[in-house]
Design a protein around this ligand. Structure first.
Ligand code: 9GP
Length: 814
């Protein structure tokens, strides 16, 4: 099969044909959705030949493949990215114009697949983009949730959640393959039996099953003709299952069973960093990893391939604890289904997995109760027990009968209930365990898993996260991209370290002026988008101060809000002249997990403060608070290029890495941040003078906890803080009703787990420095250029090279 001619005429012909054949309409009778789908099919047509060829080649060469196992992929819109990858944007624009169709209008029709919560899922999407661009053999495996992350709306300033029906109009980017479905078992029991050779073996007899149907998505590399695959699994009832119940005459029960099975891939769990330990979630996890392992062995390995060589063929990268049930699953397949000895299977398994930990929050390290695991996956529980027994025997051999240590290192926890610690299981099984930023990896070794680090020297390493420059610079910020290309040539898009060549331009007044114009144009563009979307306007000439990320107490949106309230209070009480305040638009974007009550209260408070501030003539033209609902990848692509100031203000030691911080710096925003996650590395690279650092470092946080932290002491000692908290408590932002935000206030004064009050003074003082710095616009622009020039390290291409060198040892090209 060959691709259509990459010419305007070729594109027009293909587009019109797709309208006819795929949509059954003519151009004149077509709806916008028809045109969007036909366009998507046309772009696909240019990719398919390469895709088929790459898949054939991969099967033939049996090159070692990275199987990325991730419960989340936050992809963002596909159309523009695929046009960029195939270098078809100009041709498509012209071809559509000849048909009287506007490409931009069609682009805006696409509903992004929101199959992730935040940073973790977006990272997975950046990684598969980089692997394709670097021609590394890769299959991304995950779940095709029918409903992705909820759509957020505000009712009276309070979050409400609507289902995300991203598939309502179908998705032209997916290729369903029901014929390649896998059958996944659940429940039942295990039994032992004697095989033909007289060996006693174990087997699992599940009592219900679902079908896992793969949907393939193309993952094109940038301008290299390479197309990798993302394979997402959708759950369907098995025929056997339905028929059995149906034949018993219970039609309703058969329908119920079908719904039960299909529920598995129905909806993405909306908890970010704090999994809830729900049964359905374990079902989802096992469902997709079991299907993925079977798929790899059945369809990627050559017929009759020797499974002993599996580690030469694949590395399964575990994206957080969510897919860790893959470890006992591979053991089960090798021992129970393929007849290997336990030791041989364990030897293989240990080489086939690597584990990335993305958190430092203890509550985010998943545990599953033994009761649930035994009920849902009885054979896996047996396997986990045996892995644990052998591991603890090795620990005993090395350290003697140190019961305390044994208890601390056991994969099975005894309190508060017997449960399986998935991070421990992953650590025991993985060839390498990595954190996602230098500080995070260090804390992981020293604080979270120190016994394991001692026991497995060299197993723990760091790979600092990165972001794809294709989507977050080249696509999202076309004007800056053009300016960069004009200065240093094209190569930076796939070799981001080349941005270093921009450094001398920071001292070039013409370049600074052009750079500042791009920033101003991006702000106007954002303003246009927000006006159409939410009726908002970014203040003309304002500094755009942005905090966009999931709403979580550790990220400290509350601290940002206290800064806003302090600034406002200082003006309205007359202590600070309005003319002395740098005009700023504060922009928030944040979803809260639907069950996270405090996070939702904070959203309510941000909106409430915004309503009062935005309506107060005393600060008009000076302060503005915008909180567009439903922050997602599509909006991020508009916000990031427009920002002046990037807020990365988590309590030190809590944010594993952050990736938004990288996107902003690469787009020329200056960071105000704590010494946390990848902020540390950003500051090292851009230089102290181009970064606003504040707050306690992690050891100081620890020391304060150890001394005994009393937030009310900080409240009592700082007048600005007192006035700000009192203003919130007074009901000023809640029509005089003091009860509305009382829980937020009490939480700050009497609990404050994330030490907002302890870092308040330092934050306010640093914000004053931000104001002063912004007043010298030219010097600010210089710093912004240096941020761009020095952040090439944060390309996900570099992250992928680090994974290849330090963990995967896969070939760099097929
Ligand atoms: O919270 C981390 C975030 O700091 C990091 O950038 C991202 C990607 O590594 O992962 C997040 N972790 C989770 O969402 C759950 O562990």
């Amino acid at each position: 099969m060959t691709a259509p001619a990459a010419t305007v005429d070729g594109f027009v012909a293909e587009f019109l044909q797709n309208l006819n054949l795929e949509r059954g309409v003519t151009l004149t009778a077509s709806s916008p959705n028809d045109r969007y789908v036909a366009l998507a099919y046309t772009v696909r047509d240019y990719l398919i030949a390469r895709w088929l060829e790459d898949r054939r080649h991969l099967r033939e060469t049996q090159a070692k493949t990275v199987c990325y196992l991730s419960a989340e992929y936050l992809l963002g819109r596909q159309l523009q990215n695929n046009l960029l990858a195939t270098d078809l944007t100009a041709i498509a624009t012209e071809a559509l114009a000849q048909c009287g169709v506007d490409l931009d209008e069609l682009r805006d029709l696409e509903v992004e697949p929101g199959l992730g919560n935040g940073g973790l899922g977006r990272l997975a999407a950046c990684f598969i983009d980089s692997l394709a661009t670097m021609s590394v053999p890769n299959i991304g495996y995950g779940i095709r949730y029918e409903y992705g992350i909820f759509r957020q709306t505000f009712d009276d300033g309070q979050q409400s959640e609507q289902p995300d029906a991203w598939l309502a109009l179908g998705s032209p980017w997916e290729f369903p393959h029901p014929e390649a479905a896998q059958t996944i078992g659940f429940g039942g029991r295990t039994e032992s039996y004697v095989d033909d050779e007289g060996v006693t073996r174990a087997r699992w007899v599940p009592d219900w099953r679902v079908r896992a149907v793969p949907y393939n998505y193309m993952v094109p590399g940038y301008h290299n003709g390479r197309v990798n695959t993302l394979r997402l699994w959708s759950a369907q009832a098995t025929d056997a299952f339905d028929l059995r119940i149906f034949n018993s005459g219970d039609y309703e029960e058969a329908v119920r069973a079908q719904t039960y099975a299909e529920n598995i891939s129905k909806v993405l769990y909306p908890e970010d960093s704090t999994p809830q330990g729900k049964e359905l979630r374990l079902q989802q996890q096992y469902f997709f990893v079991s299907a993925s392992i079977a798929d790899f062995i059945d369809t990627q390995l050559a017929d009759g391939a020797d499974l002993a060589t599996l580690p030469d063929k694949v590395i399964f990268q575990l994206n957080d604890t969510h897919p860790v049930i893959a470890v006992p699953e591979l053991m089960r397949v090798l021992v129970d289904e393929k007849g290997m000895t336990w030791d041989a299977a364990w030897d293989i398994t240990r080489q086939c997995f690597a584990y990335t930990c993305h958190t430092l929050l203890p509550e985010a390290l998943e545990v599953w109760s033994v009761e649930l695991m035994g009920r849902l996956l009885p054979r896996h529980l047996e396997i986990i027990y045996r892995i644990n027994d052998e591991f603890l025997a090795a620990v005993r051999e090395r350290f003697g009968d140190d019961e305390m240590r044994i208890r601390d290192m056991s994969i099975i926890a005894e309190f508060p209930e017997r449960s399986v610690r998935m991070a421990y299981l992953a650590t025991v099984a993985a060839a390498k365990v990595n954190g996602v930023a230098e500080l995070h990896s260090q804390l992981l070794r020293e604080k979270v898993l120190p016994d394991f680090d001692e026991f497995f020297p060299g197993r723990f390493i760091n790979v600092t996260n990165g972001v794809t420059p294709r989507r977050f610079l080249r696509l999202a910020n076309p004007d800056l991209s053009a300016l960069i290309t004009e200065a240093i040539g094209e190569g930076w898009v796939t070799d981001l370290e080349r941005l270093r060549e921009l450094e001398p331009y920071a001292d070039d007044a013409d370049f600074r002026s052009a750079f500042a114009q791009v920033k101003a144009a991006n702000k106007r563009h954002l303003s246009d988008v927000l006006r159409a979307r939410d009726g908002f306007e970014v203040g003309e000439g304002h500094m755009l101060d942005v905090m966009v990320k999931r709403l979580h107490e550790y990220k400290r949106q509350m601290l940002k809000l206290l800064h806003i309230v302090t600034t406002y209070e200082n003006i309205v009480s007359g202590r600070v002249a309005v003319a002395d305040v740098q005009p700023r638009t504060f922009l928030f974007g944040a979803k809260a997990a639907p069950g996270y009550v405090m996070a939702k209260r904070i959203i309510h408070l941000i909106n409430a403060v915004g309503s009062v501030v935005n309506a107060d003539p005393r600060v008009e033209g000076r302060l503005q608070v915008l909180f567009p609902p439903n922050y997602n990848v599509t909006l991020a692509e508009r916000v990031v290029p427009a920002a002046d100031l990037s807020e990365q203000i988590s309590l030190a030691g809590k944010e594993a890495s952050g990736t938004g911080n990288m996107k902003f710096a690469l787009n020329g925003a200056l960071t105000i941040g704590t010494d946390d996650g990848a902020n540390v590395e950003i500051r090292e690279l851009v230089g102290d003078e181009n970064f606003f650092l504040f707050g306690m470092a992690e050891p100081e946080v620890e020391a304060l906890w150890a001394r005994g932290y009393r937030p009310s002491d900080f409240y009592a000692a700082d007048e600005d803080l007192r006035r700000s908290i009192d203003l919130i408590a007074s009901g000023t932002f809640s029509d005089g009703d003091r009860s509305v935000f009382e829980p937020v206030v009490s939480n700050l004064l009497y609990d404050d787990r994330f030490m907002v009050l302890a870092d308040y003074r330092s934050y306010i003082d640093e914000q004053a420095k931000v104001d002063t710095a912004y007043a010298d616009r030219d010097a600010w622009t210089r710093s912004a250029i240096l941020n761009v020039g020095r952040c090439g390290f944060f390309s996900s291409d570099r992250s992928m090279r680090d994974y290849i060198d330090r963990i995967w040892h896969t070939p760099l090209a097929m």
